[in-house]
Design a protein around this ligand. Sequence first.
Ligand code: OGA
Ligand code: NI
Length: 348
Amino acid sequence: MEKPKFKTVQEVIAAGEGLPERYLHAPTKDSESQPLNGLVPEMDIPAIDLSLLFSSSEDGREELSKLHSALSTWGVVQVMNHGITEEFLDKIYKLTKQFFALPAEEKQKCARETGNIQGYGNDMILSDNQVLDWIDRLFLTTYPQDKRQLQFWPQVPVGFSETLHEYTMKQRIVTEKFFKAMARSLELEENCFLDMYGENAIMNSRFNFFPPCPRPDKVIGIKPHADGSAITLLLPDKDVEGLQFLKDGKWYKAPIVPDTILINLGDQMEIMSNGIYKSPVHRVVTNREKERISVATFCVPGPDKEIQPANGLVSEARPRLYKTITKYAELHYKYYQQGRRTIEAALI
Ligand code: OGA
Ligand code: NI
């Protein structure tokens, strides 16, 4: 299979030929008043105790209402007591760091092939005038197991594949609980979202690496986008900031809270909740000094599933906002690289 000829960001840096034009965003009115690396306030999202969400105690009800409030305003929460130990999460961070620190030839063994999203590589290039994101990534489908393309799974660092498999199984438990909790928080039957999400839902893990960048004012790590998933489980870097969310036209940075998993909703959950819960627009900014890593797992409804607003959330007072959609992910990749919001295509 043909391997694409584009350089990764690490290879661009190693070539020592300066910063290619292709990464530079043209100045706009906005960027003059607010450079990409300008100071932004921190968002006030709560840390939610996942285990408490299923308690019928007063505390449990309070936790559910915290969840409801955060998902309807921000579409993001930080989840604690998720059942995955700190040691295990540290192992994921460490293996990710080790993978990106490997020599280029070693990483190239996992390189993406033309027309395939899985594997190691740079930002996907879909058009000639696309401004590139300052990011290298390893993208692997982890679930269902028969969708895995193991030729892209790293042999080194040792233990990567086993740990990723284990992480996937642990994440399945977290996602199931989270879907049930969201249904409870909207006073719906507990399995309402889980049934739409489906038994054969897909999980894609993306290991992201953002090298230090010489022009953080003009170059972006991940351009503004909303995720095409139902939900995304994110392990943001534990030390280096960069992730920001948009609310009412303003950017806010995500706080770093140790030992939590950040869960943001994707468009398909916004559709299922009939717009009550938000799929937030977010981006990653770069910095001059430090490399940053993150691991995002996109939880995507099975390709055979019809996604639509839950019946219990449609009424005369709150009419249905979205069409029934299938295979949203395919549409999403096209819109994403054009900097457009896919969810507009689903609006009634
Ligand atoms: C993504 C994403 C955020 C991060 O991969 O879609 O938004 O912190 N990542 O890397
Ligand atoms: Ni994202």
